[in-house]
Design a protein around this ligand. Structure first.
Ligand SMILES: *Cc1c(COP(=O)(O)O)cnc(C)c1O
Length: 381
């Protein structure tokens, strides 16, 4: 029992279809630049999510960066951004020399609070300095509540960048996650629901904007036979070999989602009856992928902190993590403005939240072992 292999939060899970696409790239010597796997991967993601266009990139971060660039975010601009997220949602704001303003979560979905967003809009509108964009994050596989958020953004005429890096495969009122904002962003980093080892995708219904993004992602090379450049660009395209991995992965995305949801259900079945444990709620407007199962341990009722639990599980080679440390609590952003829901919801989720192993390669017996170890450490007050 104690020599088990490490049990991961979410690690790469190959389908077996990847190799044929990779071999194809090798046979045709389409190792680089770009090639059929990239074109097809874009077409397949477009078809899966139902967007008009898609651009395969080297990372989700690059996709966010290009979205902000296209929305005209420049030095000294303001961009609103969810606070409860991974730093990659906000770093591209800094790349552009702009300043993030951070927005709290609401308890129903853990995603951007329309109440906090409205407060921020009112204040910045009064100052005559509206943001150039709002980066809305879909956390741990679940979509934010876009009807409310969009109403506000439409009123102030500010476009949404939908950071769907963690929510590929989820839905919002029947639409696929990532298709609701002006731009949608996916990540194929190793820990995401599907992976290309590293990669990302920018989707939009604005084909012209995506063509511009393609241009900037390819060193902003002008249409000339010689190398000519009139603007600054980036080297952000996805390799044709890695796109092959993505094509093989995309074929099992729905299977992975089903498995993720089953993992959640088993945790819920065995832990939700413990007084003081609550899971991230599934909002009624859509279906979450449960990319990571996350739970809250109420410190009034349970005497174990997330940090203690992480340390304990680690002794048994089980990986777990606290919920994302909100950006407004990061040293990098200590002087940045932050708008709360009412009390500080995201700080509370970080204080008491834990992400559990949600690896789709984990079988039921292994998961029961994880559950047993969690129960061992919990002390009811
Ligand atoms: C993973 C992730 C990203 C960034 O994706 P990369 O492909 O690693 O650059 C952005 N936002 C969120 C919320 C993420 O979880």
């Amino acid at each position: 029992m104690y020599n088990r292999e490490r049990i991961y939060l979410s690690s790469p899970h190959m389908s077996g279809y990847e190799q044929q696409y990779i071999n194809d790239a090798f046979e045709k010597n389409w190792i680089a630049p770009l090639g059929e796997n990239v074109d097809q991967f874009e077409a397949e993601v477009m078809k899966y999510v139902g967007s008009q266009g898609a651009l395969a990139l080297s990372s989700g971060t690059a996709a966010i960066h290009l979205a902000l660039l296209l929305l005209g975010v420049e030095r000294d601009d303001i961009v609103f951004c969810s606070s409860l997220t991974f730093i990659a949602s906000a770093n591209p704001i800094l790349y552009q020399g702009a300043t993030p303003v951070l927005i709290d979560s609401e308890p129903e979905s853990w995603n951007m609070s329309p109440i906090a967003l409205e407060k921020a809009f009112k204040e910045y509108s009064a100052k005559g300095k509206l943001p150039k964009a709002v980066v809305v994050v879909n956390l741990y596989g679940q979509s934010a509540d876009y009807d409310e958020i969009k109403k506000l953004c439409d009123y102030y005429e500010v476009p949404i960048v939908e950071d769907a890096a963690e929510s590929l495969g989820a839905t919002y009122k029947g639409a696929k996650s990532g298709t609701i904002g002006k731009f949608g962003v996916f990540s194929f980093n190793g820990n995401k629901i599907i992976t290309t080892s590293g990669g990302g995708m920018l989707v939009s219904n604005d084909i012209q904007a995506l063509e511009k993004a393609r241009f900037y992602a390819t060193q902003a090379r002008d249409k000339a036979i010689h190398y000519q450049h009139s603007q600054m660009g980036f080297n952000y395209r996805l390799s044709n070999v890695l796109a092959g991995i993505g094509r093989g992965q995309l074929r099992v995305l729905d299977e992975r989602k089903t498995k993720k949801r089953e993992i959640f259900s088993l945790y819920q079945e065995h832990l939700a009856n413990i007084e003081g444990i609550e899971f991230m709620p599934e909002a009624p407007y859509g279906e979450t992928t449960r990319w990571l199962t996350t739970m809250i341990m109420d410190p009034q009722k349970i005497k174990v902190s997330p940090m203690d639990m992480v340390g304990y599980l680690n002794k048994f080679n089980i990986e777990s993590r606290p919920v994302w440390k909100p950006l407004h609590l990061q040293p990098l952003f200590q002087d940045i403005k932050y708008y709360t829901h009412n009390e500080d919801i995201s700080a509370g989720l970080f204080q008491n939240g834990l992400c559990l192993p949600s690896d789709t390669k984990m079988d039921m017996e292994t998961q029961m072992y994880v559950i047993e170890k969690i129960k061992e450490k919990i002390i009811i007050l």
